[in-house]
Design a protein around this ligand. Structure first.
Ligand SMILES: *Cc1c(COP(=O)(O)O)cnc(C)c1O
Length: 492
């Protein structure tokens, strides 16, 4: 199977090349030239398999040049003892019929592990297939979850090293501790003075520095990124939609062939888009409900066809969804319009005016699959408290989805079985979760974890509960201007 850019259908490349490149040279995102289809008895077969086997099978449909053995070995490394449940991505059934797909059982307690535990294996194998002999250095600016998940995925992976910059004034105490205690010989973590934008701008400047790239090339080093536009990050996410469907059937909630809905807390549109690909493969899904916080640019787009980032930016209690430009929406626009020209023109106006608008018939196509809603911080916290009373503790991002789903059900009368995609452990956002439960949340990260465990009578994930005892390895904080120097120093 070949891949091409959402902005240029003329050039076709292999999956390995798409994974090595990340972004296309024209600024577009790589997508498969056609979507492989599930066979009529595939779900029956997949129901009997474990998560690793499901992953190898589904990813294999998109990755012709990777052997079954190869993909199976990646899946076993990516989804093994590093997860705290053999099910890897278990589905929890609530009494009201809602199912919760728990994607936070990996080493960093957020759903980004599902992709970032797999990406290093896909990337290093792709580099070999492309004849690349340079060492790859992953450079990340993070607002929290991605940095830690990428560090954990790439730590001590041969032929790679990873450098993560986080904003000094922009990550939670738990998130910071997770990063500065990261183990591994090939990792560097540094705080940068300022906010996320400062760290992100610094990284972009390094990526665009042609002379620096040449210098690194002489030392046999290639810079790469681990962000969610890479096909190697999106593909592992298709798997859990299909896996959740299998679990709904084997759990007796639906019959094989019945349609279900998914409600997804959304930021960059990567997670929900992976579900859309699963539907295009033939998975029986009626609707995807796109849930946002007060940064509701996607809600407006999915309702009106106007994408407009010219609006205030809110810092919310669901910070991983505080985004005004959802990069992966480009892949949906391409899929619906089937036109690289149209996508290019939308993206040109987004860059120029911060907005674009799609025609009525395109919006109608999108609306036939996507519903949307949003809720603010007060509603998010109220939802955590409500659902906790019913016996389930959830994080702020998942709560946004839960609330949006309840509103959607009330307004539409749609009673289709629905899976809420849960993207983080409540322990990752202790302060907001505690305050939602009416508790004092004024303490250090480690104390808050204990307080939440006491209040909720649940057990924190081991990688978070032992944070207090871990050695702090990285204490540096640098100015934005010194980021390139730090990279140079580290790479020797
Ligand atoms: C990244 C993230 C999201 C948003 O996912 P997208 O793929 O960017 O839509 C939601 N919740 C959590 C906890 C995340 O870390």
């Amino acid at each position: 199977m070949k891949y091409y850019s959402t902005r240029n259908k003329a050039v076709k490349i292999s999956a390995a090349e798409a994974i090595v490149s990340g972004l296309a040279p024209d600024g577009g995102l790589y997508v498969p030239c056609e979507i492989p289809k599930l066979k009529s008895d595939d779900i029956e077969k997949l129901i009997k398999l474990n998560y690793q086997e499901r992953a190898a099978y589904v990813m294999g449909m998109y990755l012709e040049e990777f052997s079954e053995t190869e993909l199976m070995s990646f899946a076993e490394k990516a989804y093994g003892k590093n997860y705290d449940t053999d099910a890897i991505a278990p589905v929890h059934f609530m009494e009201d019929g809602t199912a919760i797909l728990e994607l936070f059982h990996g080493p960093t307690s957020a759903f980004k592990d599902m992709a970032l535990q797999m990406l290093p294996h896909l990337l290093t194998a792709s580099l070999k297939k492309c004849g690349e002999t340079r060492k790859v250095c992953i450079l990340v600016a993070t607002s929290g979850d991605t940095g830690k998940a990428a560090l954990d995925g790439f730590a001590d992976v041969d032929g790679t090293c990873i450098i993560v910059f986080y904003p000094r004034d922009g990550v939670s105490d738990v998130q910071r501790l997770q990063m500065v205690t990261q183990k591994g010989e090939n990792v560097l973590v540094s705080a940068v003075e300022g906010n996320f934008d400062d760290a992100q701008t610094g990284v972009k400047i390094i990526f665009n520095d042609k002379d620096f790239a040449k210098e690194l090339d002489k030392s046999n080093i290639l810079l790469s990124s681990a962000n969610s536009i890479n096909w190697g990050r999106l593909l592992p996410q298709v798997v859990y939609y299909i896996s959740a469907y299998c679990d709904m059937v084997s759990g007796g909630k639906i019959k094989n062939g019945d349609e279900i809905n998914f409600c997804v807390p959304t930021g960059n549109f990567g997670n929900i888009l992976a579900g859309y690909y699963a539907k295009k493969m033939g998975l029986p899904v009626k609707k995807f409900i796109c849930a946002s916080n007060s940064n509701n640019v996607l809600t407006d787009f999915l309702k009106t066809g106007v994408y407009d980032r010219n609006r205030p930016f809110y810092c919310t209690v669901s910070p991983s969804m505080d985004i005004l430009v959802s990069s992966n929406l480009e892949r949906l626009l391409f899929s619906v319009t089937d036109s690289d020209e149209k996508v290019s023109s939308y993206m040109t106006s987004l860059n120029r005016d911060g907005r674009y608008e799609v025609k009525a018939e395109i919006l109608a196509d999108i609306k036939s699959v996507f519903e949307a809603g949003y809720c603010d911080d007060d509603a998010t916290k109220a939802e955590i408290s409500n659902v906790f009373t019913n016996g389930y503790l959830m994080d702020t991002h998942t709560a946004v989805a839960y609330k949006v789903l309840r509103e959607y059900r009330a307004q539409s009368g749609d009673t289709t079985a629905c899976v809420v995609v849960s993207t983080a452990s409540p322990y990752k956002f202790c302060d907001s979760v505690l305050s939602a439960l009416g508790e004092n949340s004024d303490a250090s990260g480690v104390e808050l974890i204990e307080r939440l465990a006491h209040k909720s009578k649940t057990t924190p994930p081991a990688p978070l509960s032992d944070l207090g005892g871990r050695e702090v390895r990285f204490t540096g904080c640098i100015a934005k201007e010194d980021m390139k120097g730090a990279v140079k120093n580290f790479l020797g």
